[in-house]
Design a protein around this ligand. Structure first.
Ligand code: FEO
Length: 384
C-alpha cells in the first residue's frame, strides 16, 4: 500500500484472532501495521504479531527488492508489534535496531538479548537521517507502555504514532473509525489520559499531514477530527450529551426498572439513551459509552453482601481508567437487605469530580408504585 512516494505499508490483517490482548472481542479482526521508508538507507517501522512472520517478511521484500534495510525502528515492545524483532534481525544481519533504553530492557526480557552490537538508543528529540528523510523521535511513555516513542518524518510530514490513533478492526473491512477507535482508546489507553494529553501537546508543535498508527487505517484527511476526538477522550471530556444505563438483572425486575427509566428519559427528550446489559453485552462497549456520554445510571442487585459480579467488574473498569467529570444515578435491588447503592458509591470514593443524583432508587424485589415515582424523579434530575 502506497502512503507517500517513499513510504509503503507492509502490515498484516488478522482475522483469526479470538480476543485481542486476551480480552477484547474484535468482530472485524485486527491490523498490525508496519511501514517501510525507502531512502538512501531503508528503515522498517516496527514488526507485527508472531503469527504473521512470513507474510510480513514477504511484504517487506516485495517493497525493498534486492536492497537491505539499515534500520528496524521499534516504537513499542508489546508483542503485537515486537514479536518479530529477533526474526528480522536474524534475517537482516547488518540492520541496526533503534529504540528507547526502556525498550532495550524489554527486548532482553523477551528475546534474551538487547543486541548490544547493533543497538541505537534514542531519547527525546534525537534524530536519524536516512538520506533525504530525517526522523525525529518523540517519547510517549504510557501510550501505552513506558518504553513507547513515536516518530516524525519531517520530509513527508508523517507521524508514526505507535498505539495512539489506533483502532480495532482489520484494514480490509470498512467500518466507522470513531466507534472502534473509541472502544480501543478507552479499553487500552484510557487509564493514561494525562500521558496521551502530553503526546498531543508535543504533536501540536509538528506539521502533520499523515498519521500512521500501529493499528487501524492511515489517517490523511481531516486530521483535526481525529485530533479533536483524542483531545476530548484523553481529557475525560464529554463527547456527546446522553445517558448510559448499565445494568445487571437476575430475574428481570431490575431490568424492568431500567426500561421504565429509559422510556421516561426518552419521553423527556433526552438526546440519547443507551441501555446495556453488563452480563450479555460487550463490556468494552459499555466502558466506551460510559466515557462517551455525560451521564451514567448503574442498576444492580445486592449479591453475596456485595453487588452482582458483572457490575463490580464494570465499575472497576471505570475507576481504574480514571472515570471522572460525570453525573451518576444509582438503582439498587435487594429482597431483604438492599445495600448495592452504598457499595457502588463506595467504589467511586477515589474518583474525581463525580456528581451523584439526589434520587437513588431502592427496589425491594420488584418495582412498586413508590419506585415508579422514584424513577420518574431520577429521570427528571438526569434531564435537567
Ligand atoms: Fe498495539 Fe500496546 O500494543
Amino acid at each position: 500500500m502506497f502512503i507517500t512516494d517513499d513510504i509503503r505499508y507492509v502490515g498484516v490483517n488478522d482475522h483469526n484472532i479470538d480476543l485481542f490482548e486476551g480480552q477484547y472481542v474484535v468482530e472485524n479482526g485486527m491490523a498490525y501495521n508496519s511501514y517501510v521508508i525507502m531512502d538512501e538507507q531503508i528503515a522498517v517501522m516496527d514488526t507485527v504479531d508472531g503469527n504473521f512472520t512470513d507474510e510480513w517478511l514477504k511484504n517487506i521484500s516485495d517493497v525493498i527488492g534486492d536492497r537491505k534495510p539499515s534500520y528496524l525502528i521499534v516504537q513499542h515492545m508489546e508483542p503485537d508489534h515486537s514479536a518479530n524483532v529477533a526474526n528480522f534481525l536474524d534475517l537482516y544481519k547488518d540492520a541496526k535496531v533503534v529504540a528507547t533504553a526502556k525498550a532495550f530492557v524489554m527486548m532482553k526480557q523477551f528475546f534474551g538479548t538487547d543486541y548490544p552490537e547493533r543497538q541505537i538508543v534514542v531519547k527525546e528529540g534525537d534524530t536519524l537521517s536516512l538520506g533525504t528523510h530525517t526522523l525525529t523521535f518523540v517519547l510517549a511513555p504510557m501510550v501505552h507502555w513506558p518504553e513507547v516513542m513515536v516518530t516524525y518524518d519531517s520530509k513527508d510530514k508523517v507521524l508514526f504514532s505507535a498505539d495512539a490513533f489506533g483502532k480495532f478492526g482489520a484494514l480490509d473491512v470498512e467500518e466507522d473509525w470513531a466507534c472502534e477507535a473509541r472502544r480501543y482508546y478507552f479499553g487500552i489507553v484510557g487509564k493514561y489520559g494525562v500521558q496521551a494529553q502530553a503526546l498531543l501537546k508535543k504533536a501540536a508543535g509538528l506539521d502533520i499531514q499523515t498519521i500512521c498508527a500501529l493499528h487501524g487505517p492511515i489517517l490523511k484527511e481531516n486530521l483535526g477530527y481525529y485530533l479533536d476526538l483524542y483531545n476530548t477522550w484523553s481529557s475525560y471530556g464529554v463527547e456527546s450529551e446522553g445517558v448510559v444505563i448499565a445494568y445487571t438483572s437476575v430475574y428481570g425486575n431490575t431490568k424492568k426498572a431500567v426500561e421504565l427509566l429509559a422510556d421516561k428519559l426518552t419521553a423527556l427528550g433526552c438526546p440519547k439513551v443507551t441501555v446495556t446489559d453488563l452480563a450479555r453485552d460487550d463490556m468494552a462497549e459499555a466502558v466506551e459509552d460510559a466515557f462517551r456520554y455525560g451521564k451514567l445510571v448503574l442498576a444492580t442487585t445486592t449479591y453475596n453482601g456485595d453487588i452482582f459480579p458483572f457490575m463490580k467488574t464494570f465499575i472497576e473498569h471505570l475507576t481504574e481508567r480514571g472515570y471522572r467529570n460525570r453525573t451518576i444515578g444509582l438503582i439498587e435491588n435487594g429482597s431483604w437487605a438492599p445495600t448495592a447503592a452504598k457499595t457502588m458509591l463506595k467504589m467511586f470514593e477515589g474518583s474525581k469530580n463525580l456528581t451523584f443524583t439526589d434520587t437513588t432508587v431502592t427496589i425491594k424485589s420488584a418495582v412498586n408504585t413508590e419506585n415508579e415515582a422514584q424513577i420518574a424523579a431520577l429521570a427528571e434530575e438526569l434531564c435537567k
